[in-house]
Design a protein around this ligand. Structure first.
Ligand code: UTP
Length: 271
């Protein structure tokens, strides 16, 4: 069973500057609701009981958002507004499930994941990247089903434009199990268009094995001088660990770039 999820939130969010110079991007509203709440709803609906946030001292505001009880209590006492009471109950519901670890230097996603090592209890856990929203169909829930069927690691996949492959992790496919799921034979972080083995990209949903921490402990820096989770996954695949690519059915929205962020609000307002 997948009972725990981790969410890396310790990045700098430079593509959304100036919005992110003082404000964490994950709290920016998307159609009236902070982006992080869409991610929380997805993983709770997929059966996750505990969510580990990887934050940094610079992103304490995220912790404050879920731990602002005195403020809510004093407002509710004065106003007794049913809308505020409902919102506070929702925050309390999330709060009970969230734990925090710190990554104060953004050395890369691989380093962020390693910070959760002591808290992971079961053999597999879910990871969601909050820049990647997937609407209309719960991608995490579908990936949990695939994980149960194959007892393997699972990663979300989507076709991207061939001239855009250098923005993503890109898969080599070994064989197709069916029209939505394939066996991954390799994954390369941000390849040049000419080196890319396909245009099937890694999207920010992963079911990872606890064993990955052994690989992350000695993972060397890769592209952009960062420690990438993709590079550790690549070593696991080359060591014959089964990783399955899942072509998800929902609508993908990239909230990490300015155009993507603006568009996400528009698209979600139409749902
Ligand atoms: P990105 O590198 O795509 O986003 O990280 P970023 O660093 O936040 O933003 P830009 O690129 O400067 O605009 C993907 C996810 O991994 C987290 C980020 O918070 C984001 O959710 N991350 C990244 C970490 O937690 N730690 C890191 O060292 C790097």
């Amino acid at each position: 069973m997948i009972k725990q999820a981790i969410i890396p939130l310790a990045g700098l969010g430079t593509r959304l500057l100036p919005l992110t110079s003082v404000f964490p991007k994950e709290l920016l509203p998307i159609n009236g609701k902070p982006g992080i709440e869409y991610i929380l709803d997805e993983c709770i609906d997929a059966g996750v009981k505990e969510i580990i946030f990887i934050i940094s001292k610079k992103k304490e505001m995220i912790r404050k958002y879920f731990n602002n009880d005195n403020f809510y209590k004093s407002i509710i006492k004065k106003k007794k507004d049913p809308r505020i009471i409902k919102e506070y109950k929702k925050i309390l519901f999330y709060k009970k499930k969230i734990k925090y670890v710190y990554q104060n230097k953004p050395l890369g996603t691989g380093d962020a994941v390693l910070k959760t090592k002591k808290l992971i209890k079961n053999n597999y856990f879910l990871m969601l990247l909050p820049d990647d929203l997937i609407m209309k169909k719960n991608c995490s829930k579908d990936m949990v089903k695939i994980h149960k069927k194959y007892k393997a690691s699972v990663m979300a996949s989507m076709k991207v434009k061939k001239n855009n492959v250098d923005r993503w992790g890109i898969y080599s496919i070994n064989k197709n199990y069916d029209k939505s799921n394939f066996k991954i034979s390799d994954v390369i972080e941000k390849p040049n268009a000419e080196d890319a083995p396909s245009n099937n990209a890694v999207i920010g949903r992963y079911i990872l094995p606890k064993k990955i921490f052994n690989y992350l402990k000695n993972q060397k820096k890769g592209k952009g001088n960062e420690i990438h989770i993709t590079d550790a996954i690549r070593r696991m695949i080359l060591d014959k660990n089964l990783f399955i690519g899942h072509k998800f059915k929902g609508n993908y929205l990239d909230c990490g770039s300015m155009n993507g962020y603006i568009n996400s609000g528009i698209e979600i307002s139409k749902i």
